[in-house]
Design a protein around this ligand. Structure first.
Ligand SMILES: CC(C)(COP(=O)(O)OP(=O)(O)OC[C@H]1O[C@@H](n2cnc3c(N)ncnc32)[C@H](O)[C@@H]1OP(=O)(O)O)[C@@H](O)C(=O)NCCC(=O)NCCS
Length: 177
C-alpha cells in the first residue's frame, strides 16, 4: 500500500482539468478504441459529482468520481441500465470514472479510491452503490468490496463504449456490515 493520499477536489478545480485532459485518456490508452476520438473527457455530471484525486509531484496519478441519484434514469450512462437492472433502493451512489496512471498501478490506489467512495456513499445515506464493467479483473475487485452482478447492461449507444461489449451491472447494498 502506498503513502500518497487521496484528496477531495471539485469538478472545476485545476487538478480535475488535468484529469479531463490527460489522466482519463492516459489510463485508457491500452484500449485505444476507447479514447481515440477524445482529447478531453468530461461530462455534465463532473460539475456536480464528488471527486478524489491522488497527486504525486504535482501530477494527478489517480482519480475517481462519486455521484448521488434518485432513479436509474438519473445515473451517468443511464441508457445502459434502464430496463436492464432491477429496481434499486434510493438514493443510489454511482461510482465511476476510476483511473490510475499505468505507472502507478497495483499499489492499492484503485482499491483505496473504491473504499473512500463507498464510505462517503454510506455517510451520505445511500442505500446502494452501482458500478459497471466489462473487465473480469475489475468485476472481481468490486466483488471483493461487496458488489454483486445483477445483470448485463444494454449495449452502450456511444460507439466508443459499445466496441467494448455489454457491461456487467454490479450493485452493493449499503450500509455494508
Ligand atoms: C482498474 C484500475 C483503476 C485498477 O487500479 P490499481 O490502482 O491498479 O488497483 P489496485 O492496485 O488497488 O488493485 C490491483 C488490482 O486491480 C484489479 N484490476 C481491476 N481492473 C483491472 C484491469 N483492467 N486490469 C488489471 N487489473 C485490474 C486486479 O485484480 C489487480 O490485482 P492483481 O494485480 O493482483 O491482478 C486500473 O487498472 C485502471 O486505471 N485501468 C484503466 C481504467 C479502468 O479500467 N477503470 C475502471 C473502469 S470500471
Amino acid at each position: 500500500m502506498s503513502n500518497l493520499h487521496p484528496q477531495e477536489v471539485t469538478g472545476d478545480s485545476p487538478l480535475m482539468e488535468r484529469v479531463y485532459k490527460e489522466l482519463r485518456l492516459t489510463a485508457w490508452r491500452e484500449q485505444p478504441r476507447m479514447v481515440e476520438a477524445l482529447s478531453y473527457w468530461r461530462d455534465e455530471i463532473d460539475s456536480t459529482a464528488r471527486h478524489w484525486v491522488i497527486v504525486d509531484a504535482g501530477i494527478a496519478i489517480a482519480s475517481a468520481r462519486l455521484s448521488f441519484h434518485n432513479s436509474l434514469e438519473d445515473l451517468p450512462d443511464a441508457e445502459i441500465f434502464v430496463g436492464f437492472c432491477p429496481t434499486l433502493p434510493t438514493p443510489i451512489a454511482s461510482i465511476n470514472r476510476l483511473v490510475v496512471h499505468p505507472d502507478y498501478r497495483r499499489r492499492g490506489y484503485g482499491t483505496r479510491l473504491d473504499n473512500i467512495r463507498l464510505k462517503a456513499a454510506e455517510e451520505w445515506g445511500c442505500q446502494c452503490a452501482i458500478a459497471s464493467s466489462t473487465e473480469p479483473k475489475r468485476i472481481k475487485q468490486l466483488a471483493d468490496r461487496g458488489f454483486k452482478v445483477v445483470g448485463t447492461g444494454r449495449e452502450h449507444p456511444h460507439p466508443m463504449y459499445a466496441k467494448r461489449g455489454r457491461q456487467k451491472i454490479l450493485v452493493c447494498l449499503l450500509p455494508r456490515d
